[in-house]
Design a binder for this molecule. Sequence first.
Ligand code: PGA
Length: 234
Amino acid sequence: MNKIFIVNLKMNLTYKDASCYKRIVDESNINNLIIAPSNIYLETMKSNKYELCAQNGHYLDYGAFTGEVSFKQLHSINVKYSLIGHYERRKLFNENIKDIRLKLLSCINNEIIPILCIGEDKKEKENKVAIKKVIEELKTILKGISLDKLIIVYEPFWSIGTLSYPEYKDIELMHERIKNIASEHTKNVYVLYGGSVDKNNIKEILNINNVDGVLIGNSGINPHNLIEMYNIVK
Ligand code: PGA
């Protein structure tokens, strides 16, 4: 199976849980997996079985920013990917499009492959402006930038952690539009879907045209669930 699986572990797992998670995944048959743990586990969870991803980074390389970690620092411990612009960063930490663009540029400068999260909120969906909003935002973030590889996760904000998700035809259309725009900026673009992916919908979602993989939150916190989901679609 060549679809990409990303697991966003958010602020979950203790040190012991993280070691256990790594052991279970290492012993499994899963492949094409990227795990985004809390930064403190990026060393503990290093593995040949999967790649590691940061959940966020600061766009400046160094400086007086207590509590922050830069993409340069992440690169120095061989972190290959970083999420950028996740909905929770936008909503809970007031990240805006300007910040997201700066983070994207910093990833490129520091040889980290960006995983850009983008989506619409409930109101935008109801007002039927989801595609317009996402595409305009994507154009603004990518303006004048070209890069080797870009992963984009289409994550409707209203779908994250809610057990609700869009109709498959809406996912298909959105992914097609995103891919068209992103292809003007990179030769290697992968468009993944995220938001309430679980074992009941993963097969259908991965069968949609232009869905190159999934980003999993809640359903991936238990490694056994993650492996079960992989085995449903492998
Ligand atoms: P969820 O989270 O799978 O729990 O909806 C997805 C995410 O936060 O990216």
